[in-house]
Design a protein around this ligand. Structure first.
Ligand code: HEC
Length: 146
């Protein structure tokens, strides 16, 4: 084989590999998009959360919003809201593509985006406007310890 034909084969081979890699990446991208979610962009801008403070906030009414504990129980039969026992372990697997923190954030500010199977979309939906980013971060830190 001449140098020129080897070069030609190299060239076609390289193009084929590039195409295959490109197609694979496109498939991965499609799979990621079709299977649900990703963390809301705001998650990256949240301050560091304090779980102890979050625990206190959980039972408080802030800016006229109902306390989380009005609807959520931590042990015993769930009332209106979901039982949050074990939430820390569950959160990462609720929506594929979302981290536990991302899902916890979404659950507080956009509860309708994912409604827990077996429940109705009854959660109070104005926390985004009543809670500060620090309060949301504290609540998330607390929820992830459950
Ligand atoms: C008016 C009742 C109500 C209040 C108040 C409420 N929730 Fe909820 N919450 C629900 C209901 C009902 C669901 C299940 C339906 C859904 O997913 O939206 C839920 C779901 C959730 C989930 C998802 C649980 C899971 O297993 O995936 C989290 C986390 C959560 N709430 C946190 C909170 C926090 C934190 C607060 C306070 C800032 C709060 N909720 C206040 C009713 C409420």
């Amino acid at each position: 084989m001449t140098d020129a034909s080897t070069a030609f084969i190299d060239h076609t081979l390289r193009r084929r590999i590039l195409c295959a890699v490109g197609a694979l990446m496109l498939l991965l991208l499609l799979a990621a998009c079709s299977s649900g979610g990703q963390d809301p962009a705001e998650v990256a801008t949240l301050p560091e959360g304090d779980a102890r403070r979050g625990e206190e906030l959980f039972i408080l009414s802030i800016e006229g919003a109902p306390p989380c504990s009005n609807c959520h129980v931590l042990a015993g039969p769930p009332n209106e809201g979901a039982d949050l026992t074990g939430f820390g372990a569950l959160a990462a697997s609720r929506v594929s593509g979302m981290t536990a923190k991302g899902y916890a954030y979404q659950s507080i500010v956009k509860p309708a985006a994912f409604v827990v199977p077996g429940f109705s979309n009854l959660m109070y939906n104005q926390y985004e406007h009543r809670l500060s980013p620090q309060q949301i971060a504290d609540l998330i830190a607390y929820l992830l310890t459950l």
